[in-house]
Design a protein around this ligand. Structure first.
Ligand code: UDX
Length: 435
């Protein structure tokens, strides 16, 4: 086990909490800071504000090494290492909003025990250099600066953190690089050391390439729909080439979530402000936004218009295994269904109560898929929840006004669905009428 360090983590969101819990499990003394009092109160009461498998157990088992507070200044004064894990949402112009990062930097003034400030938040290339200058300006000249980007995926973040493909450490000096590597002792993965700018760019480049694979898969799927062929078979065979890899080649409704939409736009904007037109990435983003609109077009065709029709949307979160609704494709789809005059009935096992938010306020939420499907003219699978495999589909088809199903995630078995009586539409293969 690593020598226990005093680490202050700013941001009690998905990244901050997972990082804090995992560092505590490695033997460090961790203080997690957040500006939301309510969030901190919940954590202090032993409740976890987000759903992430394994996180609640880690927080409980290592609670003696974890503190939660809104007092960022005191946490900084006691810390040897500060981790910046706050969110950096996109601004209207597409670049990252760094205001929360700067709020953290400000409370570091006078932090006497501090040895390093490390950023995990995804930031534009060059941010580290600006933070470095700010630290120098506050007299924290001897404090090292590092970039340690996060590559964990939601729903498997604890496992990804403890068993990463790599830990990327960007630092300007060897001592800081060594310190960041040292606090990861016990993490099962190679440490790759580079300069700060390279680490910042690695994060954006990795997400951009993953997003590119998804958009490519979606384009092949759309092409297969036009010229014939089964995209799933094609992409599986393509992905078996080890130079390409099988992951992130599943066509569907386009990518969503807190990272890909934000990071692809941020990288494109960053490139643009440096005078470089990142053409490939611009196309990746465009393909993704068109992909989210395709199900609406196809349902409109199949139903001969959407006005007055009822559509059941199965799945609301951006992917299964999470309660995260950020940039969920379902949101775009539901918004457009409503704009076309459809009535929308929703089901999701984990999505939080969003009934007060656009566009969900104009929809109804149901406890089970079969309840949502009652009387509907069409069903749309927007998130591939495992629970969908357990739906009695024959009963479901009978409960609908018309048994039409668009499987936006290719999650269900086409033969089974047609046998259950559905007209089955999916992504990247021929539509199947009921048997
Ligand atoms: C992603 C990256 O995987 C992670 O490394 C990074 O740190 C943060 O962003 P996450 O957003 O949690 O993680 O979700 P991920 O599982 O990667 O899925 C992102 C989106 O892409 C989802 O909407 C998913 O449905 C979609 N996707 C993924 C596809 O449409 N096809 C695929 O083949 C894979």
């Amino acid at each position: 086990m690593a020598q226990g360090r005093r680490i202050a983590i700013y941001g009690a969101g998905y990244i901050g909490l997972v990082t804090g819990a995992c560092f505590a499990s490695l033997g460090h003394h961790v203080t997690v800071v957040d500006i939301q009092q309510e969030r901190i109160d919940m954590l202090n009461a032993g409740r976890v504000p987000i759903y992430e498998p394994g996180l609640a157990e880690l927080l409980r088992d290592h609670g003696d090494r974890l503190t939660f507070t809104v007092d960022g200044r005191t946490a900084a004064a006691r810390a040897e290492v500060v981790y910046v894990c706050v969110d950096t949402p996109p601004t209207v112009s597409g670049d990252a909003d760094l205001s929360r990062v700067w709020n953290v930097v400000r409370v570091l003034e006078g932090a006497e025990r501090l040895q390093a400030v490390v950023t995990k938040s995804t930031v534009p290339v060059g941010t580290g250099a600006r933070i470095r200058a700010a630290l120098d300006g506050m007299g924290l000249v001897a404090v090292g600066y590092g970039s340690n980007p996060e590559f964990t995926a939601e729903g498997r973040a604890v496992g990804d953190f403890m068993n990463p493909d790599r830990v990327v450490v960007g630092a300007a000096d060897d001592a800081t690089a060594r310190l960041i590597a040292e606090i990861h002792q016990g993490v099962n993965g190679p440490v790759v050391v580079m300069d700060v700018e390279s680490a910042e760019l690695t994060k954006l480049a990795a997400n951009a390439l993953l997003a590119t694979k998804i958009s490519f898969a979606n384009e092949i799927a759309n092409l297969a729909e036009a010229v014939g062929g089964d995209a799933a078979s094609v992409l599986q065979a393509v992905g078996m080439d080890h130079r390409l890899g099988a992951h992130f080649l599943n066509p569907g409704l386009g990518y969503g979530g807190s990272c890909f939409p934000k990071d692809t736009t941020a990288l494109k904007t960053l490139a643009g402000s440096a005078g470089y037109h990142f053409q490939l990435l611009a196309a990746v983003i465009e393909v993704n936004s068109l992909q989210q609109r395709r199900p609406v077009i196809r349902l409109k065709e199949a139903l001969d218009g959407l006005s007055g029709r009822t559509v059941a949307v199965l799945g609301m979160t951006f992917k299964p295994g999470t309660d995260d609704m950020r940039e969920a494709p379902s949101r775009v789809i539901v918004g457009r269904l409503l704009a076309e005059g459809a009535t929308v009935r929703c089901w999701d096992p984990l999505a939080p109560d969003v009934s007060g938010a656009e566009p969900w306020s104009a929809t109804t939420r149901h406890h089970s898929p079969i309840e949502a499907l009652q009387g509907a003219d069409a069903a749309l699978v927007a998130t591939e929840w495992p629970a969908l495999q357990q739906v009695p589909w024959q009963e479901a088809a009978a409960a609908m006004a018309r048994p039409l199903l668009f499987d936006g995630r290719n999650a269900l078995d086409p033969a089974e669905m047609t046998a259950a009586g559905f007209t089955y539409l999916s992504v990247g293969r021929a539509d199947l009428p009921p048997r």
